[in-house]
Design a protein around this ligand. Structure first.
Ligand SMILES: [Zn+2]
Length: 335
């Protein structure tokens, strides 16, 4: 059965989440005086053009590489405080993750674990240690464990509640940010990090830390929202991917550039999404976004959805227009 959005974000639970989220947004805005102007998180450029505002944040486009990012942005101290006190995260950990874990496991994490296994074969990567940075609820790590690829799995998860969940599942957990771990203890063959870098004050420092825990020849597998994905390109600030906690919106070329700045050889980028067309279609059907004036999308997403929807989604995924971006990079053997 195809993946549907309701399975991974159940509608009834998402209603209860809205109030918690509004509280988080209000708390963050109360510390706006501490926000700092940031250069482009991908290329370091300082020239930008304003794009839109949402949740009190300013989203700008880097004029050099086209990365969309928040500036001014909360400094690390405010971000740490925000996540430590987030009502929204507590709600996800308590209700939404458990209720949707099986659907997520089968539809998102197991296919992702298989893609990682394929990458390890394709790029002839060692099978000693995998470090997952930002392990969250531990579901991906669970799927990797099932595949029995690696001798040792290490989960890096700085959020106490989520780290406890991972430990309860029997994993070795490092409960601190990757930038602060003792690098001498780890020589990973693979570093995996999903939906983390969009949240960070400095993706550059983070990715350099990921580089440091890899042995030469090891690979990193990263994922994040794609600013050139269908949802953001069509819905703009109305896209749910444009979130108060997402500070960085890379696209395939700009994420590649960032990885290269950190020393990685980029092996591939891909956008293996399945939900983009359905997400925009749902917004139109619910009445909170209009395709008036866009006859083509009206035809594809609404009038002839049954005939065109699946093929259109495949087109998006195959041409790097899906909202979900994955990059695989390698730490060179000789540096
Ligand atoms: Zn840039």
């Amino acid at each position: 059965m195809a993946l549907t959005e309701n399975e991974i974000r159940p509608d009834d639970l998402m209603a209860g989440q809205a109030e918690r989220f509004a509280n988080d947004v209000r708390r963050l805005n109360e510390r706006k005086g501490e926000f700092v102007v940031a250069p482009c998180p991908a290329c370091g450029g300082e020239e930008f053009e304003p794009r839109f505002g949402k949740y009190g944040m300013s989203y700008v486009d880097c004029t050099r590489c086209g990365t969309l990012y928040v500036s001014p942005r909360p400094p690390p101290s405010v971000l740490d405080w925000y996540y430590a006190n987030s009502e929204n995260y507590a709600y996800w950990n308590q209700y939404i993750f458990p209720a949707s874990e099986n659907a997520r496991r089968e539809k998102i994490f197991r296919p992702r674990a298989k893609r990682l296994a394929e990458a390890c074969r394709k790029y002839d990567v060692g099978r000693g240690m995998l470090i997952e940075v930002g392990a969250g609820f531990g579901t991906f790590a669970d799927c990797v464990r099932d595949l029995q690829i690696f001798d040792r799995l290490v989960l890096v998860e700085p959020t106490p509640g989520l780290a406890a969940t991972c430990r309860a599942k029997g994993f070795e957990v490092v409960e601190k940010p990757v930038e602060h771990i003792d690098l001498s203890k780890y020589q990973a063959d693979v570093v995996a990090s999903f939906e983390v870098i969009e949240h960070l004050f400095s993706p550059l420092e983070y990715l350099r830390a990921c580089y440091s825990v890899l042995r030469p020849g090891g690979i990193v597998m990263l994922s994040c929202p794609n600013s050139r994905g269908f949802d953001i390109e069509v819905l703009q600030e109305n896209a749910s991917a444009v979130d108060v906690e997402h500070l960085n919106y890379f696209h395939p070329a700009s994420l590649s550039h960032l990885a290269q700045r950190c020393g990685f050889d980029v092996l591939e980028t891909s956008t293996p999404g399945e939900l983009d067309a359905e997400i925009v279609r749902k917004r139109v059907l619910s009445g909170d976004f209009s395709l008036a004036g866009d006859r083509f999308l009206q035809r594809v997403l609404i009038d002839e959805w049954d005939r065109l929807g699946a093929a259109f989604q495949r087109f998006l995924a195959e041409n790097q227009f899906s909202g979900h971006l994955t990059l695989i990079g390698r730490k060179p053997v000789s540096t």
